[in-house]
Design a protein around this ligand. Structure first.
Ligand code: ATR
Length: 279
């Protein structure tokens, strides 16, 4: 989606994927910095450790405790500028890494645009308390949602509920399945990635009709067993493509300083996924 966006805007930029061992993350970031990359995206398992490797943290990264987007900046005069603002023959000696998080905003945008569920006042059953689940829970709590947290390892859901109560004292949050109807159920576990996976929700404790809409952060397969069951029960459904798209669009804007061509990026994502390509 990024390469399609660069092409649409006539930018001679490239987005490439690199496999990096967690032990080499610091060296990989330093290498990209020295080679004057415009920026980097980080994914699992690098988002949390990268917090301690940045020269500067944007409020978005500091607030959610995770970095998924880095912009490299050079010093000219007294100001730090994105590297693309330097002429090709101008090589800044001092370069710094600036860490951002675009995941949290992407969750809210996807829920609004794909399912028409604004988080303020919404009742949310959130499945999963790993990295993705934690960011979603904190962001939704900060926006005024009521949260029910369920996780295979129950202690993690309890700990997350405690953290939310401490940081957002006005939020209503509990661990365990709700008895009442909810506006949306979000799957932030990895269950559904593989065809034979069980459902991430215990239908004995929470019949699917108890939710109006279901969001699955998984986008491959495009329709997980959970989404199929929800659709068949008459719920509104959406997969994780919107989250992927919106975190990417925001990262694009952070790097280039230009509005992201969201439709171009969306089309490119759709064709990559329906064509069965890997990236
Ligand atoms: P991510 O960054 O994608 O969230 P993660 O931090 O490894 O990845 O979190 C994976 C989530 O999927 C966790 O909520 C995990 O539950 P645990 O905290 O109990 O590990 C959940 N998960 C993974 N495999 C699961 C399984 N077989 N059954 C139920 N939940 C599972």
């Amino acid at each position: 989606m990024h390469n399609a966006a660069f092409e649409a805007l006539g930018l001679n930029w490239r987005y490439l994927a690199f496999e990096v061992h967690p032990k080499n993350l610091r060296a990989a970031i330093a290498g990209a910095q020295a080679m004057q990359f415009a920026g980097i995206n980080l994914t699992v398992p690098h988002k949390l450790p990268a917090i301690n490797m940045m020269d500067r943290l944007d409020a978005s990264a500091a607030k959610w405790g995770a970095v998924n987007t880095i912009r490299f900046e050079g010093k000219r005069g007294g100001a730090w500028l994105p590297l693309h603002e330097f002429d090709p023959d101008e090589r800044p000696v001092r370069i710094r890494s600036h860490g951002f998080n675009t995941d949290a905003d992407a969750i809210v945008r996807a829920l609004m645009e794909d399912l028409d569920v604004p988080p303020a006042g919404a009742k949310v059953l959130l499945l999963g308390a790993g990295g993705a689940g934690r960011t979603a829970a904190l962001k939704l709590a900060s926006e005024g949602a009521t949260l029910f947290l369920v996780n295979r390892t129950a202690e993690k859901a309890l700990a997350l509920a405690r953290e939310i109560r401490r940081r957002f004292p006005r939020t209503r949050v509990s661990a365990g399945y709700p008895r009442e109807k909810v506006d949306i159920t979000i799957n932030a576990t990895s269950l559904g990635l593989k065809g034979g996976d069980p459902l991430p929700v215990d239908l004995g404790q929470f019949p699917i009709k108890q939710t109006r809409a279901v969001y699955d952060m998984i986008y491959r397969p495009q329709e997980t067993r959970l989404l199929r069951a929800a659709r068949q029960a008459g719920c509104k459904t959406a997969n994780g493509l919107g989250m992927l798209l919106y975190q990417g669009a925001k990262a694009f804007e952070i790097w280039t300083g230009r509005p992201a061509p969201v439709e171009v990026m969306q089309k490119s994502l759709h064709s990559a996924l329906s064509g069965g390509k890997d990236k």
